[in-house]
Design a protein around this ligand. Structure first.
Ligand SMILES: Cc1cc2nc3c(=O)[nH]c(=O)nc-3n(C[C@H](O)[C@H](O)[C@H](O)COP(=O)(O)O)c2cc1C
Length: 189
């Protein structure tokens, strides 16, 4: 399968996501990476941006990363993906998608991909998932062809509004999504 793999600027979860990208490659899938401009341009205490890009090229075996809106636009009409994953998906990108916005490579890829009525899998990581972004989770839960990786409250005491996907459930969520099924329970303890 050809899988689009969007990644947003939730820097602390990028390592977990890359493990799943490796797992998908080991399963024999082709991966087309799509990176948000914030992920592409920001060095943090978690990683340097250029090291993340190098690792993605190493995993996928190709330097075909989508880095701008113009390159993301053909992903629906011209380049048909079997599925699109966004892992990690930030609160920012989740909110934009819920509102129908497409002003980044990742949100443009989502808009283009959903034209084809094929699965879109979200692995959310956001400190405001249970506050400002809760309504956007609700919106996307009822949107056609959209599936969430099960998630949990990673630190209910110090980060009471935070939810983070269990990235180890990403591949099974994709398999279920390809069958039109949700991965449940959605909220893990
Ligand atoms: C060190 C650091 C860590 C961050 N971690 C997260 C995160 O885990 N989840 C999140 O939603 N936003 C996080 N952000 C904020 C996003 O990077 C910011 O909202 C950005 O605009 C997201 O852009 P994107 O969705 O286009 O990738 C973090 C920012 C910084 C600087």
């Amino acid at each position: 399968m050809l899988i689009g793999y969007g990644m947003c600027a939730s820097f602390c979860t990028v390592g977990e996501s890359l493990k799943q990208m490796r797992a998908l490659r080991e399963m024999g899938h082709d991966i087309l990476p799509i990176l948000s401009q914030n992920l592409l341009s920001t060095d943090t205490r978690f990683a340097r941006a250029e090291d993340v890009v190098s690792e993605i090229i190493h995993i996928t075996g190709k330097d075909n990363i989508i880095r701008d809106i113009r390159s993301a636009e053909p992903l629906g009409p011209a380049v048909i993906l079997d599925a699109l994953i966004v892992a990690p998906c930030t609160g920012n990108t989740l909110a934009k998608v819920a509102c129908g916005m497409s002003d980044t490579p990742v949100t443009m890829a989502i808009k283009a991909h959903l034209r084809c009525d094929r699965p879109f899998v979200i692995a959310l990581a956001s400190n405001d998932a249970l506050s400002q972004n809760l309504k956007n989770i609700a919106t996307l839960l009822t949107r056609k062809n959209t599936y969430f990786v099960p998630m949990k409250q990673d630190d209910p005491v110090r980060k009471p509004h935070s939810l983070v996907a269990d990235f180890s459930r990403l591949t099974e969520t994709l398999t279920l999504a390809m069958q039109g099924r949700d991965n449940r329970p959605l909220f893990l303890t």
